[in-house]
Design a binder for this molecule. Structure first.
Ligand SMILES: Nc1ncnc2c1ncn2[C@@H]1O[C@H](COP(=O)(O)OP(=O)(O)OP(=O)(O)O)[C@@H](O)[C@H]1O
Ligand SMILES: [Mg+2]
Length: 218
């Protein structure tokens, strides 16, 4: 299955989600390879930190310099899960990845500019995929931890109005554990297994992959 994690705006959480989801899938016994099509190479840096620190499982990340020829021909070599992290710094790569994706996961911070950007991004997805539309999933990332703050509810409502989009109701809040996860090259559940961030990520991952949910396996 080819999953693209993307959105137009920077800092939405694409690399955070790709990194943590890849490690969650590995933990669930799945075969995973990731592609970092963003020239910032965050995923590659994270994989390097893990390698230097001797952390397992090893995360396989293919960078832009390892793509030869057409992406779909290269991806056809892999079975299992292919996760692709790509941002607006590489629009051609983003459109090519979306055109062959089975699903696109869209992290959306709870702000009006992010909703507008997501709306534009959906048009780009439409243009990039003429016959086969991937399944689209969006969820709120960087939600306020304070339940009295209504922005995340409003963002979800706005996402629901955008149409052809599965709005996953499991949010990731703005938490230190997610920030530290990227700084230390550890998934949030390796870093702080009992943290609220880890709990939120498990819920999100299981909602995205109900076929792998723990209660389906036990
Ligand atoms: N839920 C969260 N809580 C706290 N910090 C977060 C959360 N999600 C992302 N961040 C932090 O925000 C920053 C941007 O996140 P990330 O790099 O995942 O976004 P991105 O969409 O990949 O950005 P870019 O467009 O620059 O590639 C990082 O420092 C990350 O640690
Ligand atoms: Mg990134």
């Amino acid at each position: 299955m080819i999953t693209v994690i993307a959105n137009l705006k920077g800092g939405a959480g694409k690399s955070t989600v790709t990194f943590n989801l890849a490690l969650w899938l590995l933990m669930m016994g799945q075969k995973v390879i990731t592609y970092d099509l963003d020239p910032q190479s965050t995923l590659q840096d994270l994989a390097r930190v893990r390698y230097e620190e001797g952390v397992t499982p090893v995360l396989i990340v293919k960078g832009l310099n390892e793509i030869h020829g057409k992406l779909n021909e290269q991806l056809a070599m892999h079975n299992g899960h292919v996760l692709i992290d790509v941002g607006s710094a590489n629009m051609d790569g983003m459109k090519e990845a979306i055109s062959i994706a089975d699903r696109v996961i869209i992290p959306v911070p709870p702000s009006q500019p992010d909703i507008w950007a997501t709306q534009r991004f959906l048009h780009i997805i439409d243009e990039a995929t003429n016959n086969k539309t991937p399944e689209l999933f969006a969820f709120v990332n960087r939600a306020d931890t304070h339940i009295a703050v209504r922005e995340s509810d409003e963002a979800e409502e706005a996402l629901n109005m955008l149409g052809n989009l599965n709005v996953v109701r499991h949010r990731l809040c703005q938490r230190t554990s997610f920030r530290r996860s990227l700084s230390e090259g550890l998934s949030v559940f390796e870093l702080a297994p009992r943290s609220k961030g880890a709990e939120e990520f498990y819920d999100l991952a299981q909602a995205l992959h109900p076929e792998l949910a723990l209660n389906n396996i036990i």
